[in-house]
Write a protein that binds this ligand. Sequence first.
Ligand code: SF4
Length: 339
Amino acid sequence: MVRSVPIGGGAPVVIQSMTNTRPDNIEGTLVQIRKLTSAGCKIVRIAVPDSQAVESFKKIRNQTDVPLVADIHFDYRLAIAAIEAGADKIRINPGNIGSHDRVKMVVDAARGAGIPIRIGVNSGSLEKSLLQRFGGPTPEALLQSAQGYIATMESMNFRNIILSIKASDVLTTIKACRLLAENTDVPQHIGITESGTIRSGSIRSAVGIGTLLAEGIGDTLRVSLSGDPVEEIYVAKEILKSLELAEGPVVIACPTCGRTQIDVASLATQVEAMVADIEKPIKIAVMGCVVNGPGEARDADIGIAGGKQEGLIFVKGKAAAKVPESELLQTFRSYLDKL
Ligand code: SF4
């Protein structure tokens, strides 16, 4: 459990993200947290790079009920302080936290607070001995590292953990996560690290995360994009909806062709924005022509097909209204609300 959110054990796959505001910008971070959660984010991670950030974390904690994860690197004291400040989970890489004793102090603090620890195994910070033995950050090397940390946690009698194995290389990530799923039953946080800009990163994430989810691997996910983290949530939701792992509106749009009589791209974008907050599992089609559109989108619950300066609203494959282009969106909304 991360505060009120279950992870693993058959619970729905959880979307999470990370704030990118400065640690001392408490108001800005709270605003970003609100934007993330209203877009569908269930757990928010915040970087805690120093003791001042712990103070900010505490203030943020006191002003939101959203499950918060403290992201810690290198300093075990920060991990303990973040737990005391009310973190609902901490994310560490035991390899850079230091000695066995220091890891144990962090584990004991987490145990005392009853919170889980996410162990992050990352291709960029793999143990030197494993890099030498396997000749690089291979999936097998990543698995070995993860298994080592699981064993360390078990030796401390601590099982409230979640594992993430991440590489910026999609195939390595997929193979390593598969190996982890084959060899352990620890819940997995999945994602492609440093995946890129909104366009390339979304595609790489959809391929990597989507492949794993389609195989039943992954209990929580983060789409990592260089940009506004709210975009990460939209992408994550599309990935989950396309695999029927989450409900919500799906907007399909035709690719357009020589028969197109309306600006499909702009219309589809406006429809997408219109339904962003709806949770109903409805399929919406935006099609470029009335000749083929309604037929091609027969399985859509509702749709728009473009005509010459006018448009057709169709519901369950049947024409419902023909209206001038200027009234199209408004009329579409009124039919949508009746569904
Ligand atoms: Fe072309 Fe009409 Fe099909 Fe769109 S729906 S691709 S405009 S035939």
